[in-house]
Design a binder for this molecule. Structure first.
Ligand code: NAD
Ligand code: 6OD
Length: 484
């Protein structure tokens, strides 16, 4: 059986215990994962601290950027290994891992390598009381040791989204990938070694959340900052833990995102866009739209077209190039999603399509599949419309006026993303500005420019990452006031 190891101070390390890494497409155990206990997490933090005092801490920005480019190239040179690791751990279609997850992992390093070289700092020329001049300018310094905790839905994409800017700013990191998807973080350690990243700069500790590697890392007094992507409730728990040692946090959390489809939209484009927004990665993207509001004049036609689209998606083996929908991540997560499917019916939903578990008649029946599902007819107040489900499911409701659509879209404690579908760009702009979210797409969804701010409001997170916003989170500023 394959072993997935921790990576601490440049060495691949076993743990005292192991846990199973399961392939969600058929339920088989594919590897044993070495669990990091508290002393190993402590060793990883110490290794990171030592690395900051070694050659890494003295590298010029240009040399750091060159190393980040080497990491990007290293990911690309092992492209197939990363794709295989992501597919086996998540069950996502091989086409998706090849087009989205792994290319983005490399792009994350390239973008932040280039950005750190050009990022400017503010400066002010100040008049002193005695009529002389002082020059104020800020210098960027690393935060120190950054703890990075990531989820299972886009494992290497989301991990590198944080590791790349943290390293670009000169930090050392200890990452704790999701227990469901440990493989790609350890594979990245091999790339780091080959790229010549000094020992201790990148460390991986495997394990769970509470009373395990996740909590050990966040409460460690020598970790200077914590960046976390995952559920809102977990964010709240981490916030409590880090409060004791007053660390800066960046939180990218859950969502219950809305899409607003106006009657004047490009109909085919909107149906296709909403289908992606609801079902991509089996609905396990924090940006997915679970609430779709459609102008009444096209409501029936839209629901019918979306149903057709959902039913045309091919569920199957993630390894087949024709598969669009893989399994959910785990048996436990499938239980959660199916409990919402049952709840939707109790809450009075009409099932347009789906609502159950597919049968394959082969080993995929041991996997954690559910059908892509569309509901209509729910009240806006019920749990299925209020709570994040994180599966291939959406509820479609009609609206009559722009004001009503905006009100319904904003009626949530979350605030991550929204999409608006209209051929009237003035309206698109007007409505977009009223969305209480961190990211609004008009006539598109999940179209990313990595220089833009990314994050949410309310239960969806704290802070922004992306471009200069990432550099600002992963560095401290020291303002120097130089009297001339
Ligand atoms: P999760 O919160 O259960 O776990 C995320 C990570 O946190 C895992 O590594 C886990 O081991 C760790 N963890 C759990 N409890 C912890 C604790 N008490 N202390 C420290 N670490 C702890 O989330 P998940 O189920 O892996 O991911 C799905 C969730 O993530 C969804 O809510 C989704 O919306 C959200 N998400 C948000 C974004 C975003 O960018 N906003 C991106 C992806 C996923
Ligand atoms: O594209 C990104 O940078 C990003 N952070 C995506 C998050 C997706 C959530 O599942």
């Amino acid at each position: 059986m394959k072993s997935i190891l921790n990576y601490v101070g440049g060495k691949f390390v076993k743990g005292k215990r192991e846990f199973a890494d399961v392939n969600p497409a058929n339920g088989s155990v594919i590897a044993e994962v070495a669990e990091a206990d508290e002393s190993l997490v402590d060793a990883a933090v110490s290794a990171a601290r030592s690395a900051l005092q070694g050659p890494w801490g003295r590298l010029s920005v240009r040399d750091r950027a060159a190393l980040l480019h080497k990491i990007a190239a290293g990911i690309e040179s092992r492209f197939d290994c990363f794709v295989a690791a992501e597919v086996a751990d998540t069950g996502k279609p091989i086409t998706l891992a090849s087009k989205l997850d792994v290319p983005r992992a490399a792009a994350n390093f390239r973008v932040f390598a280039d950005l750190i070289k050009t990022a400017g700092m503010e400066s002010f020329q100040t008049e002193t009381p005695d009529g002389k001049t002082a020059l104020n300018y800020a210098v960027r310094k690393p935060l120190g040791v950054v703890g990075i905790i990531t989820p299972w839905n886009l494992p290497i994409l989301l991990l590198t989204w944080k590791v790349a800017p943290a390293l670009a700013c000169g930090n050392a990191v200890v990452v704790k990938p999701s227990e469901e998807t440990p493989a790609s973080a350890t594979l990245l350690a091999e790339v780091m070694q080959q790229a010549g990243i000094p020992d201790g700069v990148y460390n991986v500790v495997h394990g769970f959340g509470p009373n395990s590697a996740g909590e050990f890392l966040t409460r460690h007094p020598d970790v200077n900052a914590v960046t976390f992507t995952g559920e809102s409730q977990t964010g709240a728990a981490i916030m409590k833990t880090v409060a004791a040692t007053v660390k800066p946090v960046s939180f990218e959390l859950g969502g219950k995102n809305a899409a607003i489809v106006f009657a004047d939209c490009d109909f085919e484009e909107a149906v296709s866009g909403i289908s992606d927004a609801a079902f991509l990665n089996t609905g396990q993207v924090c940006l997915c739209a679970e609430r779709i509001y459609v102008e009444r004049g096209i409501f029936e036609r839209f629901v019918e077209a979306l149903k057709k689209k959902a039913e045309s998606l091919r569920m199957g083996s993630p390894l087949e190039s024709t598969t669009n929908i893989g399994p959910l991540i785990s048996r436990q997560h499938r239980e959660k999603v199916l409990s919402y499917y049952r709840l939707a019916r109790q809450e009075g939903a009409t099932t347009v399509t789906g609502g159950g578990v597919p049968g394959f008649g082969n080993d995929l029946d041991g996997g954690f599949y559910v059908q892509p599902t569309i509901y209509t007819g729910l009240a806006e107040t019920v749990r299925c419309v209020k709570e994040e489900i994180f599966g291939p499911v959406c509820h479609v409701a009609p609206f009559d006026t722009e004001e009503e659509a905006v009100r319904m879209a904003n009626d949530t404690k979350y605030g991550l993303a929204a999409s608006i579908w209209t051929s009237n760009l003035k309206r698109g702009h007007r409505v977009a500005q009223q969305m209480n979210v961190g990211i609004t797409w008009v006539n598109c969804w999940f179209l990313r420019d990595l220089r833009t701010p990314f994050g949410g409001v309310g239960l969806s997170g704290i802070g922004r990452e992306g471009g200069i916003h990432s550099l600002n989170f992963y560095s401290d500023l020291n303002n120097i006031c130089l009297r001339l």
